[in-house]
Design a binder for this molecule. Structure first.
Ligand SMILES: C[S@@+](CC[C@H](N)C(=O)[O-])C[C@H]1O[C@@H](n2cnc3c(N)ncnc32)[C@H](O)[C@@H]1O
Length: 570
């Protein structure tokens, strides 16, 4: 839920309105048909709204508020799809189909949504509505479930998945999209009637009426009154699993920031990111994008912010010389490429390259200087993506190989697997180790991801992350540079791995933050935009103040939460 809707909590704990007086199930229409897709329902299960609240004070999240443009600041009026085409509402149907694919088939919304939009022939406006409805519903699922639990007299787990999808979609429209309640309700019920059945539609109607009887602020008071501690309060109000809230709070402190920024960080995760573009150096130009409404990037050179719709209408994107890439990803690739290096600078390695975003930028930057890139990826289908990502680069300036990065030493023994200018056994000058990680730094991009991750997923990755770094370091020449990168701020995947890496004594930690600052844009006075409050630096050991790691944050830098540690081989 957007800050604009759920930010102003009542301090008196009163939760006015007359919620709870209608028994759900009243008003359901038609036979209580059980859905033939096995979705269970029980119209009598929609229950009274429990009254909540009670003496909680208004809280302000401290910290900077960047990238916090209200996610739902657009008013979706009665001219929203429901009202325009009551008989068939392809935008809501699209969102419903995608969310069902996510919750029932473990699909990824960002992959299924574009296909479903095409299949349902949505125009630009309906596609925008469907995207907001789908992504917003998935992101805020935790909060909506907490609210819905107050409106249904039985555990939500016993409510069928399709019914839950419709309920969450309805809640999102009512509480966060500012679709007028009657339009949100009627359209959701019509959709449910067509897709699930008349009985479930009656149940959904009754439950959503409960939801619409209170304001977003009143609902926040009610669900937060259920919280047993601060982590749960934030988890419920800002729709994140409590373990993620805890891990993020620790990470803020561990990376030298104020843990009180946690609310702003969680809000940033709930906001749709602006699309960042990168023009491949020496190959692409942002002119066309800028002509078509993009704005110059503010963090990293050669980048632009694009919020003018379908990227496919840009020729430069279609030909692959301009592509969408998070500014944080651009920055870490440039920081590795631009960091000062003595001696040879001709052989570059990207050990975990799929799908090839950073490899393309590195490859283009390297080719400009006569360096060659070996891009390695363990998953075959992702190696193909790397291949196509690197296609615009000069032939012969790179090679893509499929293999376990931990065995890169055997790959580099074979001439046939190396770019033409490299020879077997040659050590690398610059190496990117962008390890497989939890992805907790990109939750705003993958709306369902937060509900799928577990702490166990992280534990399982740690050994692999360290082994990949070790394999990379073994193939780096003395004096060569190695960047350890994760799209996660979780301490286990960041600071703790760095401490572990340093134990070997084979590499030295450099001033990683300075490398990022140097790669970032400069202000009018010639200072890096990453100086001052935006400085991502953290000193691990006070005895070595010039050895830093760097952490970017969505709420501070407007990027994914990228972690960057730059090492030099001794
Ligand atoms: C965080 S992603 C890399 C993103 C990439 N650098 C980019 O910018 O597009 C990590 C990649 O590592 C790959 N990977 C996982 N295990 C690996 C291994 N043992 N060796 C090499 N790559 C591996 C994953 O398949 C995934 O594509």
């Amino acid at each position: 839920m957007s800050q604009s809707n759920f930010g102003g909590r009542r301090s008196d704990g009163q939760s006015g309105g007359a919620a709870g007086h209608n028994r759900a199930g009243q008003g359901r229409s038609g036979a209580n048909r059980r859905d033939d897709r096995n979705d269970s329902f029980n119209p009598a299960g929609a229950g009274r709204t429990k009254r909540g609240g009670g003496g909680e004070t208004r809280r302000n999240d401290k910290g900077r508020e960047r990238n916090r443009k209200a996610q739902f600041s657009r008013e979706f009026s009665e001219s929203a799809p429901s009202a325009r085409r009551r008989s068939s509402d392809p935008a809501r149907l699209t969102a419903y189909q995608v969310i069902n694919a996510v919750v029932m088939d473990d699909s990824y919304a960002n992959l299924v949504l574009p296909k479903t939009i095409r299949a349902n022939h949505l125009d630009h406006r309906d596609a925008g509505f469907a995207t907001e409805l789908c992504y917003g519903t998935l992101r805020h699922q935790g909060t909506y479930d907490a609210i819905l639990a107050h409106c249904v007299d039985r555990p939500l787990e016993k409510t069928g998945k399709q019914i839950m999808t419709a309920l969450r979609m309805g809640a999102h429209q009512i509480l966060s999209m500012r679709v007028p309640s009657h339009a949100a309700l009627n359209s959701t019920v019509a959709l449910a009637r067509a897709e699930i059945g008349s009985g479930p539609a009656g149940f959904i109607n009754a439950v959503l009426r409960r939801v619409s009887e209170r304001s977003p602020e009143e609902w926040q008071d009610i669900i937060q009154a259920d919280a047993k501690d601060e982590y749960t309060r934030l988890a419920l109000s800002k729709s994140h699993p409590a373990w993620v809230v805890r891990a993020f709070r620790q990470a803020l402190a561990a990376h030298g920031r104020n843990p009180e920024e946690i609310g702003a960080l969680l809000d940033a995760d709930n906001a749709a990111p602006v699309v960042n573009l990168v023009a491949l150096p020496g190959l692409g130009s942002l002119d066309e994008a800028l002509d078509k409404g993009a704005e110059e990037g503010t963090l990293v050179q050669g980048s632009a912010l694009y919020s003018s719709g379908d990227l496919g209408r840009l020729e430069s994107v279609r030909e692959g010389t301009v592509r969408a890439q998070d500014a944080g990803s651009q920055l870490v690739a440039r920081a590795l490429a631009d960091a000062p290096l003595e001696g040879t600078d001709r052989a570059w390695l990207d050990l975990c390259a799929g799908p090839g975003g950073k490899a393309a930028l590195l490859g283009a930057l390297g080719a400009d200087r006569g360096a060659q890139l070996l891009a390695n990826e363990s998953a075959k289908h992702r190696a193909k993506l790397v291949e196509s990502s690197l296609k615009p680069l000069t032939q012969g300036s790179y090679k893509v190989v499929t293999g376990d990065g931990r065995k890169i030493s055997s790959t580099v023994e074979k001439q046939s697997l190396l770019p033409s200018g490299m020879h077997p056994g040659q050590l690398f000058d610059r190496v990117m180790v962008d390890v497989p990680c939890s992805g907790l730094g990109a939750l705003r991009r993958r709306p369902e991801a937060r509900w799928r991750k577990t702490p166990r997923d992280i534990a399982e990755l740690l050994t692999l992350q360290k082994e990949l770094f070790d394999a990379a370091a073994a193939q780096t020449r003395p004096g060569g540079l190695i960047a350890y990168v994760t799209c996660s701020p979780h301490m286990a995947e960041t600071q703790n791995i760095v401490l572990d890496i340093l134990k070997s004594g084979e590499v030295e930690l450099l001033d990683s933050a300075a490398a990022l600052r140097n790669a970032a844009l400069k202000d009018s006075a010639g200072n890096s935009v990453l100086a001052g409050e935006l400085d991502p630096a953290h000193v691990l050991d006070e005895r070595h103040p010039s050895q830093t790691t760097a952490q970017l944050w969505p709420h501070i830098h407007g990027t994914d939460a990228m972690f960057f540690a730059l090492f030099q081989k001794k």
